[in-house]
Design a protein around this ligand. Structure first.
Ligand SMILES: CC(C)(COP(=O)(O)OP(=O)(O)OC[C@H]1O[C@@H](n2cnc3c(N)ncnc32)[C@H](O)[C@@H]1OP(=O)(O)O)[C@@H](O)C(=O)NCCC(=O)NCCS
Length: 145
């Protein structure tokens, strides 16, 4: 499932690559996945890098739910550049954040899938043995750009 050369780096929100990458995500995805103050509780960002070191995907992890109130580690947003989809980048990001979560918060993360592809991603990750809980309570039944 994983691309042989997927390179994932775990950084903080202050890393200088994070905001420029989020800003070029198409608006519908950006608003739903990273918009308003959704990223406020985030402590870790997984960056997927290509061979030249350019960011091709990103996922974020918070120690709490999205409200910042419940102590339930959460993967808040995951987005991969369309040209790099279907190559295992999303699963590699989820695996890296799951490992970081177990190490830092001693619990597996939860992800709330909002898109069809996000739900499929979560299912595939769990099938592959990645420690992750997921919900589809707010699934929009559509693909995101
Ligand atoms: C969801 C998302 C992150 C998945 O990332 P990804 O890197 O493409 O994930 P995968 O590599 O597992 O690929 C997904 C699909 O490609 C297929 N695939 C994976 N590796 C493949 C390969 N080597 N060759 C062909 N197909 C492959 C998978 O089987 C899967 O197909 P399916 O959707 O028909 O089941 C990405 O689609 C995305 O950014 N979508 C927009 C934002 C979004 O919806 N985020 C989730 C919100 S909850």
């Amino acid at each position: 499932m994983e691309k042989e050369n997927s390179r994932i780096e775990i950084v903080g929100m202050e890393d200088q690559r994070v905001w420029p990458f989020i800003q070029q995500v198409p608006m519908a995805s950006r608003a739903l996945l990273f918009g308003w103050d959704r990223l406020r509780p985030v402590e870790f960002v997984g960056l997927a890098l290509d061979d030249e070191g350019s960011v091709i995907g990103l996922a974020t992890l918070a120690p709490t739910d999205e409200s910042g109130e419940q102590p339930r580690p959460t993967i808040i947003g995951v987005w991969v550049v369309p040209a790099h989809r279907k190559q295992g980048v999303g699963p590699a990001l989820m695996k890296a954040l799951s490992q970081q979560c177990l190490e830092s918060y001693k619990m597996a993360p939860t992800a709330d899938a909002v898109s069809v592809d996000g739900l499929k991603l979560c299912r595939r990750c769990v099938d592959a043995g990645i420690q992750l809980e997921y919900n589809n309570g707010v699934l929009l039944g559509m693909r995101l750009p």
